[in-house]
Design a protein around this ligand. Structure first.
Ligand SMILES: Nc1ncnc2c1ncn2[C@@H]1O[C@H](COP(=O)(O)OP(=O)(O)OP(=O)(O)O)[C@@H](O)[C@H]1O
Ligand SMILES: [Mg+2]
Length: 267
C-alpha cells in the first residue's frame, strides 16, 4: 500500500508554534529583569503580555526582537533559531515591532516614514539623506505604501509631517511602518499608551483589520484591559521578571493572584 501523508493519521499532532521562546533570562547588573520566561505564539494568533511597571515586558520584547541579547534561553521562529540574529535580520524574516515611546522623525511626512521602511525591507535604502533626492519611489513602492495608508485610515494625513500629528495618528504611523515589512509576527509595546478613548478605539479597530486582512500574529503589551480582552485570546502575566500566570484571556483576568499582582485588587 502507498504510504499516505494524510494528517488525520496523527490526530493529536499540534502544528509547531510560529514563535517559541524558551527559558529567556536577562540580568541588568544586580537586577534579574527576566527569569526563565517561556512564551509561544501560533500563526495568526494574538496574545497579550501584561504585568505591573518594571515587570520586564519591554525587556522581553527587546530580547525577542534582537535589540538585546538574552543571557539564556532559545528563540525559534518558523523553525529557525534566532539567538545569533540581530534586529534587522529578524525583521527580514518577518518580525516587526513598535516601541513604547513613540519614535517618529518630526519633519518627515507620514508617507516618507512608510517609504523609508519599504526601502529598508527591500534593501534599496541608502543613506536617508539621499534617499528622496536621488531616487523616486517606484510604482510598486508607491502602491505598497498606499495600501498601508488605506488600511490604517492615514491617507488624509499622508503629506503631513509627523510633528503635526496627534499622538493617536502618530501611533498609527508607527504601526504602519512596522506593517511595511509584511510581518508574520508583530510585537506591539503599549500601542494605546497616552491615547484617549477615541484614539484607543481607532487603534483597536486598526489592529482588528490587520488581524482579519493579513492574519498577522501579534504579541501585545498593553495596560488597557478592555483592549486586551477585545484583541487577545491568551495572556501571559509577568511580575518581577517571572511568569506568574498564562492561559485564556478571561481565565487569566479572573485569576486572583493576577488580580492582586497586576490589577491591584485585594483577594
Ligand atoms: N537597559 C537597562 N539597563 C538597566 N536596567 C534596565 C534596562 N532596561 C530595563 N531595565 C530594568 O529592568 C526592569 C524591567 O524593565 P522593563 O522596561 O522591561 O519593564 P516593563 O514591564 O516594560 O515596564 P513598564 O510597564 O513601565 O513599561 C526594570 O526594573 C527596569 O528598570
Ligand atoms: Mg515597558
Amino acid at each position: 500500500m502507498t504510504p499516505t501523508t494524510d494528517s488525520t493519521e496523527h490526530p493529536n499532532e499540534q502544528p509547531a508554534p510560529l514563535l517559541q521562546a524558551s527559558g529567556i533570562s536577562k540580568r541588568f547588573a544586580g537586577l534579574m529583569a527576566l527569569a526563565d520566561v517561556s512564551i509561544q505564539v501560533g500563526a495568526g494568533e494574538t496574545v497579550a503580555v501584561i504585568g505591573p511597571n518594571g515587570a520586564g515586558k519591554s525587556t522581553l520584547f527587546n530580547c525577542l526582537s534582537g535589540v538585546l541579547r538574552a543571557d539564556r534561553g532559545t528563540v525559534t521562529f518558523d523553525g529557525q533559531r534566532l539567538e545569533s540574529l540581530g534586529p534587522t535580520q529578524r525583521s527580514r524574516l518577518g518580525i516587526a515591532r513598535t516601541f513604547q515611546r513613540i519614535e517618529l522623525f518630526g519633519g518627515m511626512t507620514v508617507r516618507d516614514h512608510l517609504m523609508v521602511a519599504e526601502r529598508a525591507r527591500s534593501g534599496r535604502g541608502g543613506l536617508w539623506s539621499d534617499l528622496f533626492r536621488s531616487s523616486k519611489p517606484t510604482e510598486e513602492e508607491y502602491a505598497r505604501c498606499q495600501a498601508v495608508l488605506d488600511l490604517l485610515g492615514l491617507d488624509d494625513v499622508e503629506d503631513r509631517s509627523a510633528d503635526s500629528l496627534s499622538l493617536g495618528k502618530g501611533r498609527l504611523v508607527e504601526l504602519g511602518r512596522a506593517l511595511m515589512c509584511e510581518p508574520r509576527l508583530l510585537f506591539l509595546d503599549e500601542p494605546s499608551s497616552g491615547l484617549d478613548r477615541n484614539e484607543t478605539e481607532e487603534m483597536s479597530l486598526a489592529l482588528e483589520t490587520v488581524q482579519r486582512e493579513h492574519g498577522t500574529a501579534v504579541v501585545l503589551i498593553e495596560h488597557d484591559v478592555p483592549m486586551v480582552q477585545r484583541l487577545a485570546t491568551r495572556i501571559y502575566v509577568l511580575d518581577y521578571g517571572s511568569l506568574i500566570a498564562s492561559g485564556n484571556t478571561m481565565d487569566v483576568l479572573e485569576d486572583e493572584v493576577v488580580r492582586a499582582a497586576y490589577l491591584g485588587v485585594a483577594t
